[in-house]
Write a protein that binds this ligand. Structure first.
Ligand code: NDP
Length: 452
């Protein structure tokens, strides 16, 4: 019996929408897609996009004193959450409509429903309808995970950070990863008294030590009360707010407590146990380099596979999936040297090996430029920046690049091309500087700061 669809996609986020759209529009496949929530997924609805808009809103707090340093005066600067929130809501509605429109114009049949895989070629919608497909693609993403401590129900996650009716006066943010550190900067910039607890020694574990130290130091300078080596014991609701007892036994009341302590794959009740798809310890779907599960007709990509949990990676995985399954060109996904930005304040861009990782692999040279950028220096700010190249002493290739500068995300994107092409330190050296810029430091660092 022929299948209802050539491809059925579960999940309308970045990866799922890209795969569905390209399969239908460019390849001419018959495609269905089910999404139980809003189209656009975590990135568009409750992640990267609204987060970045909130970074823009909060960053203004940092630019105002800078403007004064250039001779501007302001009578009063005030942030109105209600105005911003209304615009944010409208923008997310607009973006969701675009996603729906893209699918519709591509000829994808969409189902506003949860879908579950019940057989190797069959999904079941919430209303009991069964749909068959030659290939099933799972792109359902992930969800925040919270530790089981007393009173955790009083805490919110990043999902709720975009929906405050009014901003809290004080917030405790728990965690030291991307999400916690980004939201600390956002809340602090918007005028919320912000405290961050991180259980380890320094936030942003896994990134280059020098870069994370600088980010953390600057966050504190800007007003975040960052407390490392500390965790939450319990949370109690009181008439005055949320009473938090920390692991040292001290207590403090906050208006809100947000947890960003990791995410896990959305695979609960997604696949009937009779269907032999392997799941990992955190519930992630195990796939091979072609995003194929153990069941040949079922593929998975994006955060649900917990490989590298970033939107552009899911989109790449979607394009590789299309090439493999619909164009007859088996295409493994290249997960090496992914440039990424952490939208902390200050912003950090990073790519490749940290100094610590590179040193463990062999002899390296490290080039570091620590400076106060011209624009901020003139304004009287003592913001510090960092540009750092980690170079293999033998091959001369740049193994890692770590930058803490304004617009670091923009810069690391372009550096990513050169480094992905295998640029050596000498390639950087023979590139003419663009003057006067921050980025010129990258091509003018002559002597290594450290050799090991
Ligand atoms: P991460 O896994 O990056 O960080 C989790 C943090 O929570 C760590 O600091 C961890 O500490 C801490 N933690 C874990 N369990 C507990 C606990 N029980 N009590 C206290 N602290 C705990 O997760 P995030 O939620 O920050 O981000 C998830 C993913 O989302 C990232 O991996 C990233 O890929 C993606 N992302 C990317 C962004 C970007 O590109 N800018 C922005 C936001 C998210 P420890 O270090 O000790 O383990």
């Amino acid at each position: 019996m022929p299948f209802d669809y050539d491809l059925f996609v579960i999940g309308g986020g970045s990866g799922g929408v890209r795969a569905a759209r390209v399969a239908a529009f460019e390849v001419g496949a018959r495609v269905g897609l089910a999404e139980e929530d809003r189209y656009g997924g975590t990135c568009v609805i409750r992640g990267c996009v609204p987060k970045k808009l909130m970074v823009f809103a909060s960053d203004v707090a940092h630019f105002l004193p800078e403007a004064e340093g250039y001779g501007w005066t302001f009578s009063e600067a005030k942030f109105d959450w209600t105005v911003f929130h209304q615009k944010l809501t409208q923008e997310l509605d607009r973006l969701e409509a675009i996603y729906r429109g893209l699918l519709k114009r591509a000829g994808v049949h969409t189902f506003d429903s949860r879908a579950k895989i019940v057989e190797e070629h069959t999904v079941e919608l919430s209303n009991g309808e069964r749909i068959t497909a030659q290939t099933i693609l799972v792109a359902v993403g992930g969800t925040p995970t919270l530790p089981k401590i007393e009173g955790i129900d009083h805490a919110i996650t990043s999902n709720e950070m975009f929906h405050f009716d009014r901003l809290p006066e004080s917030i405790l943010i728990v965690g030291g990863g991307y999400i916690a550190s980004e939201f600390s900067g956002i809340m602090n910039g918007l005028g919320v008294k912000t405290t961050q607890y991180y259980r380890g020694e320094q936030v942003l574990r896994g990134f280059d030590n020098e870069a994370r130290d600088l980010v953390a130091g600057e966050m504190v300078k800007r007003g975040v009360d960052l407390r490392c080596g500390l965790n939450v014991e319990k949370i109690e609701k009181t008439p005055n707010g949320l009473l938090v007892t920390d692991t040292n036994g001290a207590t403090q009341v906050y208006d809100a407590v947000m947890y960003a302590t990791g995410r896990s794959a959305n695979t609960k009740n997604l696949i009937d146990p009779a269907v032999d798809v392997d799941l990992g310890a955190k519930g992630e779907i195990i796939v091979d380099e072609y995003s194929q599960t153990k069941v040949p007709s079922i593929y998975a990509l994006g955060d649900v596979t917990d490989r590298v949990n970033l939107t552009p990676v899911a989109i790449h995985e979607a394009m590789a999936f299309i090439a493999t399954v619909f164009r007859g060109q088996p295409t493994p996904v290249d997960h090496a040297l992914i440039p990424t930005a952490i939208f902390t304040q200050p912003e950090m861009g990073t790519l490749g090996l940290s100094e610590e990782e590179a040193r463990a692999q062999g002899p390296i040279e490290v080039y570091v430029s620590n400076f106060r950028p011209m624009r901020q220096f003139f304004a009287g700010s003592d913001d510090k920046s960092l540009l750092k190249l980690v170079v293999c002493a033998n091959s001369r290739k740049v193994l890692g690049c770590h930058i803490v500068v304004p617009q670091a995300g923009e810069m690391i994107q372009l550096l990513g091309i050169a480094i992905k092409l295998g640029a050596t330190k000498e390639d950087f050296d023979r590139t003419m500087a663009v003057h006067p810029t921050i980025a010129e430091e990258l091509v003018t660092m002559r002597e290594p700061t450290r050799k090991t």
